[in-house]
Design a protein around this ligand. Structure first.
Ligand SMILES: [Fe+2]
Length: 318
């Protein structure tokens, strides 16, 4: 499917294992779930070692009850060639298992190679915004989608440090170069952009005005924390642990007015509030999305089997 033809999903949450049953209990208030690809890959590997299928069963149950998208952190889309296709040997069967509407990962580097040996990094690291780096990302995205024939989105990151190289371009131009001429979409994390703007003192409105908003498919919103101690005191950390800042909600309103946003994911993974509070924040995102001139109230068809997997044998009604 072409990126421009991707369906409108509505508003969703990132999947947190302790809340599994609560998602199912509130399925009619959550339009879709974003499954953490690498958390599932790791736990399904443990399952295999222990001769169990617990995490596979969880993934199948959620994907049977909700439209899902898959969101990774280990794809290493900015890695140097050759791309480590061994990752795709694990990714592809997982995506086949849950059949996501799209899958996504970040504009960062996940491994380093000296040509002979490759070292996996613990976390994705920031990249330089150069033409050569943009070309490497484009090449890797092509390798990934040649193998995994599903729609791919790339996400802008927040960064705790920047790699400054003379002649490098600004981030919006870099994102544009990554996507130009491809059929890949942008997962725009507005909290990441806002936090970077606070920490590095750039104008977030100018950033958005220069970004390829026409390529946005999904938005991420989350709440970070202002550090009060240590060498980074006074800077923001994207902790996914607080309500979305008012300034970020204002950016959501701006972007949905200008871009064909198909989905807004509220990311909350630490200090997650009770479900009613979470759903309150989600309904705020829904109001903003529904006000978009691009929004089509046309949901993805409910997966088969919902009546068998939701508590109380509820029947999906939208
Ligand atoms: Fe994000």
């Amino acid at each position: 499917m072409m990126i421009a033809d991707l369906p409108f999903l509505g508003v969703g949450l990132n999947y947190e294992p302790p809340m599994h049953d609560q998602y199912l209990a509130h399925y009619d208030e959550i339009d879709y779930l974003e499954l953490p690809t690498d958390a599932f890959l790791l736990r399904m590997q443990w399952d295999d070692e222990d001769g169990r299928t617990a995490w596979r069963d969880r993934a199948v149950e959620i994907a049977g009850a909700f439209p899902v998208v898959a969101h990774g952190i280990r794809m290493g889309l900015a890695d140097a060639a050759p791309y480590r296709t061994s990752y795709l040997d694990r990714l592809e069967p997982f995506l086949d298992l849950i059949d996501p509407v799209w899958f996504s990962d970040h504009l960062d580097q996940g491994s380093v190679s000296d040509g002979a040996q490759r070292t996996e990094l613990m976390h994705g690291i920031p990249i330089a915004f150069t033409a050569e780096q943009a070309q490497a990302v484009r090449c890797n995205m092509q390798t990934v989608t040649d193998r995994v024939r599903r729609p791919l989105l790339v996400e802008n990151t927040w960064y705790d440090y920047m790699i400054k190289i003379p002649g490098a371009m600004d981030e919006p131009e870099f994102v544009r170069q990554v996507l130009d001429g491809t059929d890949h979409g942008l997962l725009l994390d507005l909290t990441n952009t806002w936090i970077n703007a606070q920490n590095y003192g750039f104008d977030v409105d100018a950033w958005l005005a220069a970004a390829p908003l026409d390529r946005v498919v999904e938005l991420h919103v989350a709440g970070g924390e202002l550090r009060t101690r240590g060498p980074k005191a006074g800077t923001w950390h994207d902790s996914h642990s607080r309500p979305v800042p008012e300034q970020v909600w204002a950016l959501v309103a701006d972007v949905v007015a200008a871009a064909p946003v198909r989905a807004i994911t509220l990311e909350w993974s630490n200090d997650v509030p009770p479900m009613p509070e979470l759903l309150g924040h989600l309904s705020r995102a829904r109001q903003l999305l529904h006000a978009s001139p691009f929004y089509q109230n046309k949901h993805v068809a409910a997966p088969e089997g919902i009546s068998h997997v939701t508590p109380g044998n509820a029947v999906r009604h939208r």
